[in-house]
Ligand binder design. Structure first.
Ligand code: PEP
Ligand code: MG
Length: 588
């Protein structure tokens, strides 16, 4: 019933695992996107040739700037919205081009090392790569792709492009060492079934673009290029991160059948869009959407979400590569709030750091536990105020709540309240147009807050349980690390007890408690979460109908029976079996 993903392919087939980056499943022949860096001619030049090489380089720079601008417009058109968003990646590239340091060193190399312009570009890219790699954090490593993208464009302009060598007429799986944003958008969308690469991660720009374009992608597959050849038949499972090479007929048929089943199932689900969000016995609940981009917002509207339960505001900063001004932020928030009006929008302040955009002044050994998110914002108070002002002003256009991530103590809540009050006063004195008394809430995603839930409820207007991090921090298991993913268990009894404590705290003080971690969108967990007492869920827009569907099989009585039984159990596996036995349909 979940229809979400396929069964894991069996071991023994030519099977590889990478990072599932953009969901969906695709199968077809593969073509390999060649790396232009391995085709760069390098030679020394005579004094009298320096001028000519410099001229070539200048011309290439002009051409590349023009091409970036063109791509920027194309992507905006392709993605179908013009506000902010994924097309902004190309603005990043324009700013790299304008970074005089980057290019002036290339000119210098031509003049002082007496090498051809193409070789100078390549050597500059290598130098930047080294420096960025040494910085050791994921975000900066992924920014290397931007530098390489510029480099590729310059080299192509100097020596001509390397054609995407793909003789097949039909759409293909595109494989590569890495994919830059330019690669991602340059290969026509209709030609691409999926992207697979050896390098790159969830937050890379190509990943963000693949998600926006709705193309399945698995990135970071170790040894990929040595294990595939042009024309191999490949299955890409962007949900689980698997890639199967030349599978036997039986496996292909199984995937095809599943794919058809999923499509048919999803078509059938559409009829639930307009039906009420309720259980079999008529108990209503609120089903909101998690969004991070305008594309998500469109889906949330299409599936008639009851509101936005989590607006992750990081993406425009990540793709814009700068701290957005109050006006830039205001435009984004206003747009979302206006579009959702009269439904509410819970806007989360920046959750920088960890796996997201970096704010740390220096490399950290443990970025997830380090200088990030709200704790960084409490130090960079002016930045927080800019975001709060933008959010507050957006409240003039609809219903807004503010949500703070990664809060770990009551003291922090109090400090945040103080800043909120300052912003309130400032806007009042400026006679700004905004709603007074905007509800202020926090994510419960650090165990310390879940434990003191009863104290917490006195300090906030609402809370939202973020199980993605709550599980990671409670069980001490990195949520993005393959090596320990078997230990990442949202059904661990400790998690259920923490959730229960938060729900009871909310009830005792009449404060709303919602849940916005990934488990809220997984139908298999619904009976348990509902039974524990949750009546407000915020899920990825595509999961809305699946939750509505499972809800129609659930009764309050059975759900609370399941929850009570689960609370008495000792292991995730026991609880999983209980859920499977209670609602077997949710497992198919
Ligand atoms: C969470 O931690 O559960 C959550 C919803 O936030 P994010 O996934 O953005 O960290
Ligand atoms: Mg989180």
């Amino acid at each position: 019933m979940t229809g979400k993903t396929f069964k894991k392919p069996k071991l023994g087939e030519k099977l590889m695992k990478g990072i599932p980056t953009s969901p969906g499943v695709a199968m077809g022949k593969v073509c390999i996107h060649q790396d232009i860096f391995s085709h760069v001619p390098t030679y020394t030049i005579e004094d009298h040739q320096i001028g000519l090489e410099i001229q070539k380089l200048k011309k290439a720079i002009e051409e590349v700037e023009e091409a970036i601008r063109r791509d920027h417009d194309n992507v905006r058109r392709q993605l179908g919205y013009g506000g902010y968003g994924d097309a902004e990646i190309f603005s990043t590239h324009l700013s790299i081009m304008k970074d005089s340091h980057f290019l002036s060193e290339v000119f210098e190399k031509v003049a002082t090392q007496r090498i051809n312009a193409t070789a100078a570009v390549l050597s500059q890219i290598k130098r930047y790569e080294e420096v960025f790699f040494k910085m050791g954090d994921t975000y900066l490593k992924e920014r290397i792709l931007d530098i390489r993208d510029i480099g590729k464009r310059l080299i192509e302009s100097l020596i001509g492009p390397i054609e995407f060598d793909c003789p097949f007429k039909e759409a293909v799986i595109v494989a590569g060492l890495e994919l830059t944003p330019k690669d991602t958008v340059q290969i026509k969308k209709e030609r691409v079934l999926a992207f697979i690469t050896e390098q790159g991660g969830r937050e890379s720009h190509a990943a963000i673009l693949a998600r926006s374009m709705g193309i399945p992608a698995v990135l970071g597959i170790g040894g990929l290029l040595s294990r595939i050849q042009k024309g191999d038949f490949i299955i890409v499972d962007g949900n689980l991160g698997f890639v199967v090479v030349n599978p036997p007929e039986g496996v292909i048929r199984e995937y095809q059948k599943n794919q058809e089943k999923i499509k048919a199932h999803r078509r059938g689900l559409e009829k639930l869009i307009t039906s009420p969000t309720e259980t079999m016995d008529g108990e209503r609940f609120t089903l909101m959407a998690n969004i991070g981009s305008m594309m998500d917002l469109e889906f949330a509207i299409h599936y008639q979400a009851d509101g936005i339960g989590l607006f992750r505001t990081e993406l425009p900063f990540i793709v814009g590569d700068h701290f957005l001004s109050e006006e830039e932020q205001f435009e984004i928030y206003k747009r979302v709030v206006e579009k959702m009006n009269p439904r509410e929008v819970i806007i989360r302040t920046l959750d920088f750091g960890g796996d997201k955009f970096l704010v740390s002044p220096r490399p950290e050994k443990n970025p997830f536990l380090g200088y990030r998110s709200t704790r960084a914002f409490l130090k960079e108070k002016e930045m927080l105020k800019i975001q709060l002002r933008a959010i507050f002003r957006a409240s003039a256009y609809g219903k807004v709540k503010v949500l703070f991530p990664m809060v770990s103590s009551i003291e922090e809540v109090r400090q945040l309240r103080k800043i909120v009050k300052e912003v309130d006063d400032e806007l009042l004195s400026q006679k700004a147009n905004f709603e007074k008394g905007i509800p202020i809430g926090v994510m419960v995603e650090v165990p310390s807050l879940a434990i003191v839930a009863f104290k917490l409820m006195k300090e906030v207007d609402f809370v939202s349980i973020g199980t993605n991090d709550l599980v990671q921090f409670t069980l001490a298991v990195d949520r993005d690390n393959d090596l320990v993913s078997h230990l990442y268990q949202p059904l661990n009894p400790s998690i259920l007890w923490l959730i229960k404590n938060v729900i009871e705290g909310g009830k005792a003080y009449g404060k709303s408690v919602s849940i916005c971690g990934e488990i809220a969108g997984n139908p298999t967990y619904f009976p348990l979460l509902f039974g524990l007492g949750l009546r407000e869920l915020s899920v990825a827009p595509v999961s809305i109908l699946e939750i509505k569907e499972i809800a129609r099989l659930v009764t309050m009585e059975k759900a609370s029976h399941i929850a009570n039984k689960a609370l008495g159990m000792d292991s995730s596996e026991e609880i999983r079996q209980l859920l499977e036995a209670s609602y077997p349909l949710a497992y198919h």
